[in-house]
Design a protein around this ligand. Structure first.
Ligand SMILES: *[C@@H]1O[C@H](CO)[C@@H](O)[C@H](O)[C@H]1NC(C)=O
Ligand SMILES: *[C@@H]1O[C@H](CO)[C@@H](O)[C@H](O)[C@H]1NC(C)=O
Ligand SMILES: *[C@@H]1O[C@H](CO)[C@@H](O)[C@H](O)[C@H]1NC(C)=O
Ligand SMILES: *[C@@H]1O[C@H](CO)[C@@H](O)[C@H](O)[C@H]1NC(C)=O
Ligand SMILES: [Cu+2]
Length: 673
């Protein structure tokens, strides 16, 4: 006994040693840590003369991920000795100029520092500068006069910052609009706008440069706008039954740093101040091949375009790029156990750098949980065999990674769901509060002209708008070199006189050669869209692939020559495919704020590069046209959308055929009448 224990110890020691080495070092895709943010700050500040340091603002600090080949070769090397150097990409503002810096954190130096010379737009706004801007009106006399004129209490006025878009004008400064709202009698401030009052703040100077007070529309009432439970009066809604989630064996997933493994899945969960969650290197274990196989190299929300449909003076500019202007990660909210996520969820924190470069923590930014949805993974009842009924069924179980970003009035619930069958379901839930405008109506019969929205309550119009979420999906289906195939379902006429049928459909495959072959407006043709690995085939000879199953179809409805649509031209198609290029990440451009649409997915694709049997990136846009309705008032029940990436001839057969149903106890109801 003693001898064998000793042998074991000897054997385990070196193993343990290497293991702890890997743990203590980063995964090359790990987001920057608080100490790394501090390092970036120190290195960058040191390189500028002391007088200039005060004006330097950090608009973005994120991981500059290693080049794909470098990372791949490090991961496939057995020794794991020299991880690629840790680098940060920094966008800073100094003296009204935008600087792009690459900082080497391992060797503590600035690899490059260049001034962005283009005129496309400006970097993401920081929370800090928006907070500073929204404080300005409170010491600005014309604004105080407007509040007084309306007989409102200044202490009940709140200000919010709104990006201004671009409408063909020459501009040379970063600016933001400020609108104000009234919180008297409600926490739902967005329902009580001081319509007609707006300010423009120069963000580099941090001062008010324009002021308007144009109308005296009635302010919508506070009554009926509250959403806090403590403010509600009976009668209350239908009682909801409580549940106990029991996982007698604990959670079925493992979190090691940012690496998550569950069932047959393994992936890395990163975080970026702009994109929010980043899923990387998702691979799935193939039982038959006894190995993990690559599916998704990197995926995240690249942009979210939200144009409003009111062209009038007070509203026309509302054409937001929520990721590129406001930052999805920066607006990640701490998730509430038991309401935002189920009882069996585990939570992860996230960090980003504030405007001065110091780290800011978001507690519980992510939750991760196993979900038994009550759906059936697969089943069959066989009654054709005389004298017996065979039923085999497996319950569906999945793993969900969730983050919620609250962009001003709206809340976006971002879910990444992994299924043992190989599917990845990407979902977004829209909830929160509508952007409304005050109008002089209490009944639809009074509306004689276009109101650009729905009358929801007295003096309250919910303005029409869209939400387009564009996902970056760098699929590496069983390897890097992939092709994009449209399997078109084509109706054929039966020519064989012996067949009583006159028609049928068949599949005609078309491989996209260049980018223009892969720009797709969904809904026009019946086709299955598949990313395949043309270099690998299944035993029967089919191309190994992953299919995009789109959600409900929506298309951009603005005219192509309208300024917001020039900036948001990446929504002109639902699907695009580009060759992988590390610098092509942000569908609306790196500088989305006041962009001119010069550097977008739509302009990159004009090069019409070859995409066949190459490392390719699939871009998919989930769109919602939102015609507000009364149920969206005063707070909107979640509206969901999304899509699925589903293995298609990736496995030789059903990958969950031999999955055993989980051994869960049946818990008797204690709630019987
Ligand atoms: C920028 O820094 C200079 C020198 O430190 C200072 O005089 C100036 O007021 C600063 N500008 C702003 C906008 O803070
Ligand atoms: C202003 O505040 C006072 C004191 O709290 C309150 O009585 C009054 O109703 C408020 N007026 C408005 C318009 O909110
Ligand atoms: C990568 O993309 C950028 C931006 O579109 C472009 O300037 C650059 O030339 C591309 N690099 C390659 C190797 O194609
Ligand atoms: C559930 O109820 C049945 C019938 O009353 C009983 O036989 C069984 O032991 C109960 N199971 C549990 C887990 O309480
Ligand atoms: Cu909406």
């Amino acid at each position: 006994m003693a001898a064998s224990t000793m042998k074991l110890t000897l054997f385990l020691l070196p193993l343990f040693f290497t293991f702890s080495l890997i743990i203590s070092s980063h995964h090359p895709l790990d987001p920057l840590t608080p100490s790394e943010f501090k390092k970036v700050r120190t290195i960058v500040k040191k390189s500028y003369p002391s007088g200039l340091k005060h004006n330097l603002t950090f608009q973005y600090i994120g991981l500059d991920e290693p080049d794909k080949p470098v990372l791949q070769s490090w991961l496939s090397s057995k020794t794991k000795s020299n991880p690629p150097p840790r680098r940060a990409f920094v966008i800073a503002r100094l003296h009204k100029e935008t600087h792009e810096l690459v900082v080497d954190l391992s060797n503590r130096y600035i690899i490059s520092d260049k001034v962005y010379g283009g005129n496309d737009g400006y970097p993401m706004l920081t929370n800090d500068e928006q907070t500073a801007a929204s404080a300005l009106p409170f010491s600005y006399q014309p604004f105080l006069d407007s509040v007084k004129k309306r007989e409102l209490n200044l202490s009940d006025v709140v200000c919010a910052t709104l990006t201004v878009g671009w409408f063909g004008e020459e501009h040379s400064r970063r600016a933001i609009k400020i609108l104000s709202f009234y919180k008297e009698g409600t926490a739902n401030v967005y329902m009580r706008p001081l319509e007609g009052v707006s300010l423009l703040v120069d963000l580099d100077e941090m001062k008010i440069v324009e002021y308007y007070d144009r109308s005296r529309l009635p302010m919508p009432k506070a009554e009926g706008t509250e959403y806090r439970l403590s403010k509600q009066k009976p009668p209350f809604g239908p009682p909801l039954n409580g549940f106990v989630i029991e996982q007698p064996n604990g959670p079925g997933f493992k979190i090691d740093g940012h690496q998550i493994s569950w069932a047959n899945w393994d992936f890395h969960l990163g975080f970026d101040v702009r994109a929010g969650p980043i899923i990387s290197m998702a691979s799935i274990y193939d039982l038959e091949k006894a190995t993990y196989r690559q599916v998704l190299y990197r995926a995240f929300v690249s942009e979210l375009f939200v144009p409003y449909m009111d062209p009038t003076e007070e509203w026309y500019y509302k054409t937001f790029f929520d990721a590129g202007e406001y930052g999805f990660g920066q607006l990640a909210m701490p998730l509430e156990p038991l309401t935002d996520c189920p009882a069996n969820a585990e939570f992860l924190d996230a960090y980003y750098a504030g405007e001065d470069g110091t780290p800011v923590k978001i507690s519980n930014a992510f939750c991760i949980f196993e979900q038994q949805s009550g759906s059936v993974m697969w089943r069959h009842s066989e009654y054709a065999i005389h004298g017996e009924l065979i039923t085999e069924a497996r319950p569906e179980l999945s793993l969900i990674v969730r983050m919620v970003a609250t962009v001003g009035n709206y809340d976006y619930i971002l879910d990444w769901e992994f299924k043992p069958s190989g599917s990845i379901k990407i979902a977004v839930g829209l909830t929160g509060i509508l952007e409304v405008k005050a109008a002089d109506y209490t009944h639809t019969s009074q509306i004689k002209e276009d109101a650009y929205g729905t009358l929801l309550a007295d003096y309250t119009i919910g303005v029409y708008h869209d939400h387009f979420l564009t996902y970056y999906l760098d699929l590496d289906v069983d390897g890097e070199a992939n092709s994009f195939v449209k399997n078109n379902l084509v109706t054929k006429r039966v020519t064989d006189k012996n067949s009583p049928r006159k028609s049928y459909w068949t599949v005609e495959s078309e491989t996209a050669k260049t980018e223009s072959d892969a720009k797709i407006q969904l809904g026009l043709k019946a086709s299955e869209l598949v990313v395949v690995n043309p270099n690998k085939k299944t035993k029967p000879g089919n191309s190994i692939g992953y299919r995009l199953i789109p959600g409900s179809i929506s298309k951009a409805l603005l005219n192509d020559d309208d300024y917001p649509q020039i900036r948001g031209a990446f929504t002109n198609y639902n699907v695009w495919v580009t060759p992988y290029n590390k610098s092509e990440k942000w569908a609306g451009g790196l500088y989305a704020d006041r962009s001119h649409g010069e550097e977008t997915l739509a302009t990159w694709s004009l090069r019409n590069r070859e995409i066949e049997n190459k490392d390719i990136v699939l871009w998919y846009t989930v769109g919602f046209h939102h015609v507000p309705c009364q149920e969206d008032f005063p707070i909107m029940p979640t509206l969901s959308g999304g899509f699925e990436l589903r293995p298609t001839n990736f496995f030789e057969s059903n990958p969950v055929l031999k999955t055993k149903p989980p051994s869960s106890k049946h818990v008797n109801s204690t709630n019987q009448p």
